[in-house]
Design a protein around this ligand. Sequence first.
Ligand SMILES: [Mg+2]
Length: 376
Amino acid sequence: MKIVDVNIRELKVPLKHAYALSKAYGVQTTTCNIVVEIVTDNGVSGWGECDPWAEFTGDTGETVISLLKGIIGPRLIGMDPTDIMAIHALMDSSLRGNHTAKACIDVACYDILGKTYGAPVYKFIGGKLRDSVKCFWAVGGGTADETAKAVADVKARGFYGCMIKVGNNYRIDAERTLAAREAVGDAFPLIADANQGWDVRTAILYGRAVEKVNLLFLEQPVKYTDINGLAKIRQSVSMPISADESVTTIQDAEQLVRFAACDYFSVKVSKNGGIAPMKRICDFAADAGVDVFFNSMHEEGITQSASLHVACTVSNLLAETGHSFFSTMRLDGDITDFKYWTEDGVTKLRNRPGLGFEINWDNLEKYTVRSCSVLR
Ligand SMILES: [Mg+2]
C-alpha cells in the first residue's frame, strides 16, 4: 500500500460560549483545526487532525498547512502508511520540532492501519485495559458566583470532575476556587489550571490561599520553560502539580522527572505529536511513577477519538477524576459522531476498525475555511 495524496483542510469552528483563560491566553471564541485525509492506492483512506494554537503549541493553521504541503507531504508520497515508525523517522529527519503538524499525519496513519487490518487502533498500541473513560468538564473565567454556578452545573450534568481556569489576579482566582468548592462539596474532583499565567511567587500565594480547598491538582502555574519554578512551587504548596505546556516531548518528560517538578503529566495528542509519541510519554511516566491526565485542546472528534484509544491502553491513567473528552460538546458542531460516544459522563470506545468515528460531511464542509492537497 502506498500513499498517493494527502488532502488538507483548515477548519474554524465557533465555540458555543466564549472561553476565558489565563492572562497568557485571553478569551477563545473559535477553534483552529487542521484535518487531513491520507489517500492510498488501494482505496483505504485515513483521517487525522491536529489543533494548532500559536501561544500554546507554537503552531498556527497556516504554518501547519505550509509544512504539510511543502515539506512533510511530498516526502510521504509512495510510503506505506502502516509503517508508522518509518513515517515518524521521515518526519523527524525532515523537520525539527513542529509536533502539531506531525500529529495529524500520525493519527491518519493509525486510522489506516486499523482499517487495513480490520481492528480498532487500541489493538496496535498494546491493547485495552478499559473500554471507557470518565469525562470531566472545564469552565473558564468569571466572577466567584459565576464560577460556583458553572461548576455546580458541571456536577449536576453528571461529569466526573471540573477544571477551572485561573492564572489571572491570584486573589480573585482564590475566591473563585473557594466558591467553586463550596458549591460542589468536598468530594467532587476540582482542578485549577493557570495556563502559564503566574510567576513562582504568585503561584505559591495562590496555592497557599486555596490550601483548604482540596484541589486534585494545580496545572501549569508558570511558563513552560520554568522547570525549576515548577519544582519550587511543588515543594511550597500542599496540592499536587501537573505539567501541561511543559511536557511536549519525551525529553521534556524526562527532564520534569529528573527535576521532580510535577506529580502528573497532562497529555494531548496534538501537543505531543500524535498517538505514538503520546503513548511513549505515557509509558515512560508509568515507569517513573507519574500518572497521566488526558487533556485536550479545542478538538474535533478525530483528535478526541485518537486520545481515547490511547487512554484506554495506559496503566497509569489518573484515577481520581474524569478526563477531557468533552471538547466536541462545547463546539458549534462536530465533524464526526464523537460527541455521541459520551453518555452519563462516561466516554466509551466504539469497536470499529481504525479510530472508529464517522465523518459528518455536512459539518466538515460547513467549517472548512480553506483546502488543498499535497499534489494540488
Ligand atoms: Mg492545561
